[in-house]
Design a protein around this ligand. Structure first.
Ligand code: AMP
Length: 299
């Protein structure tokens, strides 16, 4: 079973109180695809410009990511720059340059269309929809989003939500979407928009899943040092989808454990700039942190 992932493939310039790193490999699809690759074969859909460094293509390849759906176009790669405050939770976007994403209209390779698990990582909801429309009959589709799309593309997002199984968003986005401050009230309203599985990400406080079976709270792996949390959410959902796609049985049965794997891969993501740490870990290192998380939460 493979996971199809569409989202942004970017160059990120990131500033933290301690360091500044320009033009790192970033983007929602990059983080999610690398995270998913520890569990399953990944097919990635995206676009980069001619300025995209070859070493980043090599990094995707080293993780075995299928790049048939990655277009290389004339123009500049999507570039995002952001700056973190001292507490490393608050982030400000300094600049977003769409570059080749401005005219992107993905046409899926034939070999991608039958994928059972689809992750519509953060990108314009109209693009997420366009990809989904080309799929044959996926088994489980999850969409992620960000505040920007709630602000400028809400009708497109609401249309998309009617067609997906799962929706992942962070707590401030849940509040923005529903106008509810209480998380349970927000979850109720989000289910009414379509998705049967709703996951609210709460950064260092973990994530909460809501399904018809009830609620599940997944902890974040405690870290003594956060270097750069960019892409942690994408890593979480990427690893979750990768794990789910290779697990036997219904999604309901496996999703809790999949979220734990998601939390662990996200924790590695936070320990280095961009994909520096995530791209170097092993499945064994992931399994060890999962065991430690299990011990930490048993009572
Ligand atoms: P996260 O930290 O999980 O919110 O994801 C950060 C990633 O989102 C970065 O690698 C950025 O390249 C990417 N990103 C930022 N803004 C956008 C946008 N407007 N559309 C798609 N991806 C974006």
């Amino acid at each position: 079973m493979s996971v199809l992932i569409v989202g942004s493939t970017a160059l990120d310039s990131i500033k933290t109180p301690k360091a500044e790193n320009p033009r790192l490999l970033g983007g929602s699809a990059s983080h999610a695809a690398v995270a998913a690759s520890f569990f399953a074969p990944v097919k990635m859909v995206g676009i980069v410009g001619r300025d995209f460094p070859k070493r980043y293509i090599d990094l995707y390849k080293s993780r075995g990511i299928d790049l048939e759906g990655l277009q290389i176009a004339d123009g500049k790669t999507f570039h995002w720059s952001g700056e973190y405050e001292v507490n490393m939770n608050n982030r400000q976007t300094l600049e977003t340059e769409l570059g080749v994403f401005e005219t992107f209209s993905p046409s899926l390779p034939q070999s991608y269309r039958g994928s059972d698990f689809v992750l519509l990582a953060n990108i314009a909801p109209s693009l997420q929809h366009h990809v989904l429309d080309q799929m044959t009959r996926p088994k489980f589709v999850v969409a992620d989003t960000m505040d920007l799309w709630l602000n400028i593309a809400l009708p497109d997002l609401l249309k998309l939500l009617k067609t997906v199984d799962g929706f992942v968003l962070n707590d401030s986005e849940a509040h923005q979407l529903t106008k509810e401050t209480n998380i349970l009230s927000a979850l109720k309203k989000i289910h009414k928009l379509g998705p049967k599985f709703v996951i609210i990400k709460r950064g260092e406080h973990g994530a909460m899943l809501s399904t018809k079976e009830g609620l599940f709270v997944s902890p974040a792996y405690p870290l003594s040092k956060v270097v750069d949390p960019t892409g942690a959410g994408d890593s979480f959902v990427g690893a979750m989808m990768g794990y789910l796609s290779t697990s036997r049985g219904p999604v309901e049965k496996n999703i809790r454990k999949a979220m734990i794997y998601g939390s662990v891969v996200a924790s590695y993501c936070c320990e280095g700039f961009g994909l520096k740490v995530t791209s170097r870990i092993t499945r064994q290192a992931i399994d060890e942190r999962v065991k430690r998380l299990q011990l930490l939460t048993r009572f």
